[in-house]
Write a protein that binds this ligand. Sequence first.
Ligand code: NAD
Ligand code: 0WE
Length: 262
Amino acid sequence: MLLKDKKALIFGLANNRSIAYGIAAAYKEHGARLAFSWPGEAIRKRVLPLSEELGGDFTFPCDVSSDEQIAAAVETVQKHWGKVDVLVHAVAFADKEDLGGRFIDTTRAGYAKALDISAFSLGALCKAFEGLLNDHASVITLTYYGADKWIANYNVMGVAKAALQAGVRYLAYDLGGRGIRVNALSAGPLKTLAASGISGFSHLLKHIERYTPLNKNITIEEVGNAALFLASDLSSGMTGEVMFVDAGYNTSGIQIPDAAPN
Ligand code: NAD
Ligand code: 0WE
């Protein structure tokens, strides 16, 4: 029981394939209490039964692009729980047309929206919930390798993830005084809602299976277990870090199709 009676706020649950679902399931297994946000009515309908299934204490509205909704969420969480031990940020969004074609064609509005929802929101949540976070609380966000290297079609999301990862380091410094830790998990590609309709996604999955040291794609359970480590005191010496759960893909240099098998 790594999180017995710890209160974990989860932003970014959409369905049972969500990374947030894998994380919540791992936390529940280790005794945590859970609460889930939803950004609008459509997702609320999906989140309610999932929260029920995972034994969540309550759900609450929170579109992270709204200061008012973030402020209202703080009120709600304060009312239900008072304090928070773990905050999981598993939220990203870019307009569909900005996840294909040339990065150079990203509009000012599209760029601002992607960076607002996917990167600025982490700091906004940290600031809003700072007063509710217990000493030694843990904040965890999700990122992707497209922050570090160009990946075809990831485009403005890569720029948003680079900003998110830099933000993790600054937030870790800001919040470190009370022992609050802020870390990111860089997950390999997963077929979630956020990956649906991305052109070339199946190709990406096949490529990973062929070229990662582990010759496989990762699962949301594996991300959940890494997020469990980051939420627990097992990781008390780590903050500002970006940790990979990618079957080793990021450690590779050039890939050769018919090289000797490992
Ligand atoms: P998902 O679609 O299940 O989750 C994305 C969540 O973001 C959804 O719950 C959605 O409601 C929420 N969201 C979008 N706009 C929002 C807003 N304005 N306010 C509040 N919530 C909003 O997909 P996922 O793959 O589980 O994504 C979770 C995180 O993991 C994202 O940050 C994503 O970038 C990251 N990630 C995904 C992969 C992958 O391949 N799927 C890989 C690495 C990192
Ligand atoms: O971070 C992501 C995806 C985030 C995402 C997905 C969508 C799809 C639906 C953000 N905004 C939207 N907007 C929508 O309208 N991933 C890491 C998954 C992903 O997305 C890709 C990838 C991978 C991997 C896009 C292109 C190439 C690879």
